[in-house]
Design a protein around this ligand. Structure first.
Ligand code: ATP
Ligand code: MG
Length: 764
């Protein structure tokens, strides 16, 4: 109330206020987590509107997720005291790019009702192209090509701009040509993929300066959240829009488009080469430095750049002052989100990264509770422990909405989802489908359902041609006709149809093989453990192989999910019991509850905040992830550490880290080593606690606080006897046998001893 000016400004600190009120010229807010960057952006829009500097439709505001966009709209309404009239351009890069593309679809040889393809459609299309080109899909999988094309699009590269060295990476140099014919096919199908939503914008802007000018004039203010995670295409798009409109159409912005064919002359390639060595320009960027930039405000935090693996370039933020001359850079140092201990732990962790801008973060909050670190025996105990802690928090009056579990890998969610269903605890999965709703899990379940119930037509139809075995729509139609006529299930119809000559010989042979596989699996069911059977089915059906050959970014995650599925079956007596449980889980209305625990990956937690944050799975190999370390080395490790920093800084009042000593990674139980990131936490801000879920483990004498007491809060202390023993047991035998053996070793030092006899039955 003390400060003058509109009410929405009164709560801001001087630096925030400066960022809100500096409306003219480029502004960069470079500041750490929880310092109010997003709040500054929202307030800035309110300020622009209430000062009458622009109408809603003249403001372009880019958020990282659709959820964040909705939230911003909501906040804006609150600040202004009324709903915003007119349509502000508030959304993700893709949603705004899509909106612009629909308006000018004809310039991209599309109709305004074009479809946006998902990855599966994309891959299907590429497969057709590979077949037409006689390219061996075994050697050159369509998904690999999809990944390459995605990467090129993220970097703003049209087919004619793909550096020849990269085009050579696929099918002996055919990559670029395939990319071009893919683009042509998309036009014929009146379709665009995700990358096109921006890339086609960029092309239209460059080829039609009049249209670009129209948008440059329209958008009087541009605002961008999470700027540290923009990729090259997003950057180019922003640069084009953020220039002051040119007086005359400028010629240099015009580049040849795909309309000129895949082999369009190498005019652009020279620009690629020219800019290749200059760190300040991106390949494919032909826009000269803008003489005037207008009112663009970007906010970000280099310590929260976590999408490098998807083409994001943290350089974009580091280069802002160069790109937007005269930019005002504002730093915010007060964190309004987290209590002292949490902030100290997060800052200490990220300080282990090299090559950061470095920044001060302080809070005027209380120290609050220390960050807790809890070791559990295995991931199941971890889930049980967290479940109990959540129930306890609930009893203390905490709202479930204020509780989040942030995992490194999506397969970790399964255990929590199962636990929550058992406890009747409402939860929602943010940023992705729930575990059992994932495509690969549904596919696997469909196989098991057909084994369990041959009359399950939906399941049969789902997998009859997954993986592809030449049983396409025509075959399925024939089966349907038969089934309807004779009123029998599809599977029975299939059995009948293979005895006729209705199908082409190839399809008939393939269907016959499938039927006999199912017959064999059903027979095996009697003599094989259901978990082994599931593995056999996934392997023999070719389903596992389908994903193994897949080179897309998410294939490895899908394989992990499948392993996790098989593993989750261990908790049930048999296949029937497992499938019944699944139908219960699937039956739950997802996300309908008002008050629910949030479950998500660390990546999707960006920008969010919760009073209570659980961070399970801090173990070497899982977090930091082994794959990232293998593929990206030191840069990968630093990105993982930033991910840890993002996780910790989501918490307002409580941050609870967990690690398990035994986890099944890639299908094999192994004794894990606590994450190196635990070592990097400051002892003064961390409390080592005992798992509350350790009923099977018997509380204190076992694997509890006592063992950590001599760890000196994570000095270089993994050499204490407890850890030596844990490591000695590492990798002793895979599979459950090895696991039980280890359990026995541990139980000798435990007063109560684990009840692992019941491990294979339901323990709830
Ligand atoms: P992140 O980097 O995680 O995205 P951020 O910098 O965007 O964080 P915000 O989400 O905008 O930070 O703000 C963090 C929290 O602090 C929010 O709850 C916000 O409402 C609150 N906050 C920000 N500024 C102030 C302020 N001046 N006074 C009171 N609360 C504030
Ligand atoms: Mg934010």
């Amino acid at each position: 109330r003390a400060s003058v000016g509109p009410k929405y400004l009164s709560g801001l600190n001087p630096e925030q206020r400066e960022a809100v009120e500096t409306l003219d010229g480029p502004v960069l807010v470079l500041a750490g987590a929880g310092t109010g960057k997003t709040r500054v952006l929202t307030t800035r829009i309110a300020h622009i509107l209430s000062q009458g500097r622009a109408r809603p439709s003249e403001i372009l505001s880019v958020t990282f997720t659709n959820k964040a966009a909705r939230e911003m709209k909501h906040r804006l309404g609150q600040m202004l005291g009324h709903a915003v009239e007119g349509m502000p351009w508030l959304g993700t890069f893709h949603s705004i790019g899509g909106r612009i593309l629909r308006t000018h679809a004809e310039l991209a040889q599309l109709k305004s009702n074009f479809t946006v393809l998902d990855v599966d459609d994309q891959v299907r299309l590429l497969k057709q192209l590979l077949q037409a080109e006689n390219i061996d899909e075994k050697r050159w999988p369509a998904r690999m090509l999809a990944g390459l094309i995605d990467g090129w699009k993220n970097r703003g590269l049209m087919p004619s701009q793909v550096p020849s060295g990269e085009a050579a990476m696929f099918a002996n140099g055919k990559g670029g040509k395939l990319y071009a014919s893919y683009q042509e096919r998309l036009k014929i199908l009146n379709a665009a993929d995700f990358g096109d939503l921006l890339l086609e914008n960029i092309r239209i802007f460059r080829e039609h300066p009049d249209i670009l000018r129209q948008y440059q004039q329209r958008f009087k203010f541009i605002l961008v959240d999470e700027y540290q995670d923009t990729n090259v295409a997003q950057y180019l798009w922003l640069r084009l829009l953020s220039q002051a409109p040119a007086a005359r159409p400028s010629q240099h912005a015009v580049i040849p488009g795909q309309a000129e064919g895949p082999n369009a002359e190498s005019g652009d390639e020279s620009s690629v080469r020219d800019s290749g060595s200059a760190p300040s320009a991106h390949p494919g960027m032909t826009v000269a430095a803008a003489p005037h930039t207008k009112n663009i405000c970007c906010v970000g935090d280099d310590d929260q750049s976590i999408y490098g693996w998807r083409g994001a370039e943290v350089d974009n933020i580091l280069r802002f002052e160069h790109d937007f001359p005269g930019a005002k850079v504002i730093r915010l140092e007060r964190n309004y989100r987290s209590t002292g201990h949490i902030l100290a732990a997060a800052s200490h962790l990220i300080a282990h990264n090299e090559g950061r801008l470095g920044k001060t973060l302080r809070t005027e909050d209380q120290d609050g509770e220390k960050v807790t670190v809890t070791g559990s025996w295995d991931s199941e105990e971890e889930a049980r422990g967290i479940g109990e802690e959540i129930e306890q928090l609930q009893r203390q009056g905490e709202k479930l909405n204020e509780i989040a579990i942030l995992v490194r890998a999506s397969y970790q969610m399964r255990e929590f989802e199962d636990r929550f269903v058992t406890l009747g605890l409402p939860y929602r999965v943010i940023g992705g489908p729930r575990f059992y709703e994932r495509a690969e899990i549904r596919d696997a379940l469909a196989y098991l359902r057909v084994i369990n119930s041959p009359a399950d037509d939906l399941a049969f139809e789902r997998i009859v041609n997954t993986p592809k075995r030449g049983l396409g729509d025509a075959t399925v139609q024939t089966l349907h006709d038969h089934a309807r006529k004779r009123r029998i299930p599809l599977f029975e119809a299939a059995r009948a149809v293979v005895e006729t000559d209705e199908l082409k010989p190839k399809a008939r042979g393939s269907l016959r093989d499938l039927i006999s596989q199912f017959d064999r699996w059903r027979a095996q069911r009697e003599v094989t453990a259901h978990t082994d059977l599931a593995q056999i089915v996934l392997d023999e059906s070719g389903y596992t192989e389908m994903w193994q050959k897949d080179r897309s970014a998410d294939a490895a995650g899908r394989l992990e999910n499948l392993k996790e599925l098989v593993r989750s079956m261990e908790e049930f007596e048999n296949l029937q019991g497992f499938l019944e449980h699944i139908s219960l889980v699937m039956d739950r209305e997802g996300g309908a509850e008002d008050d629910a625990v949030s479950l998500m990956t660390l990546h999707s937690a960006k920008g969010l905040e919760f009073d209570n944050v659980f961070l399970p799975g801090w173990e070497e190999g899982l977090f930091p992830s082994q794959r990232t370390l293998d593929e990206q080395g030191r840069a990968g490790l630093e990105e993982e550490r930033r991910l840890g920093h993002v996780g910790l800084t989501r918490a307002r009042r409580r941050a609870k880290i967990y690690f398990a000593t035994n986890r099944r990674i890639h299908g094999t139980w192994s004794t894990t080593i606590p994450s190196r990131f635990l070592d990097e936490l400051p002892a003064a801000n961390v409390e080592i606690t005992e798992s509350k879920g350790g009923s099977a483990w018997g509380g204190t004498g076992g694997y509890g606080a006592s063992r950590f007491d001599d760890m000196e809060a994570f000095g270089s202390s993994y050499t204490t006897p407890g850890w030596q023993r844990a490591q000695a047991n590492r990798n002793r035998g895979g599979g459950r046998g090895g696991f039980e053996e280890e359990a026995a070793t541990f139980s000798s030092s435990s007063s109560a001893g684990p009840d692992f006899g019941s491990f294979s039955s339901r323990r709830r």
